[in-house]
Design a protein around this ligand. Sequence first.
Ligand code: ASP
Length: 314
Amino acid sequence: MLALLPPIPVATAAESCDASQSYTLLVHGGFVEYAEEVEPRHIELIRRLVGEGRADLAQGNRALDVVVDAIVEMEDSGILDAGKGSIVNTAGVTETDASVMDGQTGESGAVAAMQRLKNPIRAARLVMEKTPHVLFVGTTGEKTVIDLGAEIVEPKTYFKEYVAPPQPTRDASARPRHGTVGAVALDRCGHLAAGTSTGGWPGKLPGRVGDSPIVGASTFANRRFALSATGLGESFIKRGATRDIAARAEYLKLPLQTAADYVIKELIGGEDRAAGAIIAISVDGEIVLSSNGYGILFGHASNLTPVEAGSKLD
Ligand code: ASP
């Protein structure tokens, strides 16, 4: 007889792998609407954490560990829209979303509308490794992940009081803050992983869940590709954006960049008139950035290339 739920996967200790010399880390710190949004402190943060991740991958650490560690650093930084730096919703409350996916096993975990978690990406990993489920939401879901070991904070003192204006503006003092964070990595075992974490889109209503905790919308990884998105989440959910990009690349035998550009620029930007960007890598060494705005705050390093950080794509 078929079981209703798969068995709870057993968490494995961090293993080391040196089967190959190739490894890649690509991270993002969110969609960039105007060049002025990116400050030197953003670039410094990305440069530092990509350097650390590169060293970990060189040592044979797992892609999944490196992805989660990079996202934790961005969540803790307080200068991006994730973890400590998360924006608040229209009721003045921080609600965070995150997801992670292991491309090798196909397992994923996610949390959404969490009000007290210090590191939503770690909670997402707990969901993946310690439960038979993939997504926990709201107050009761938060209690479950806290019982599993997720660290909590006092929201009023921990999160910054950042109220984003509802409309995009060029006025620096009133500019909405983007800065969803994400990471994709290929380790020396040839395994891929992806993760995304956010405080959400400026002007969001209470209880709204974006694309960042939705596998196949913002985060996706399998044995060929790993992707993480940022932008207006509603469009990414309706498009199943990251799954669509991976499917186009695989089924239509397109370069990953071509598939990503079509979904980000033609469909999400062109047809939906929605802002968005993506990072993606393939097991064959493709490195993809695509945006329908100014760019995406990104950092990259591999066994062949030194640490690079920036924001403009074209
Ligand atoms: N995609 C996120 C959301 O809609 C926001 C962002 O990437 O800036 O919640």
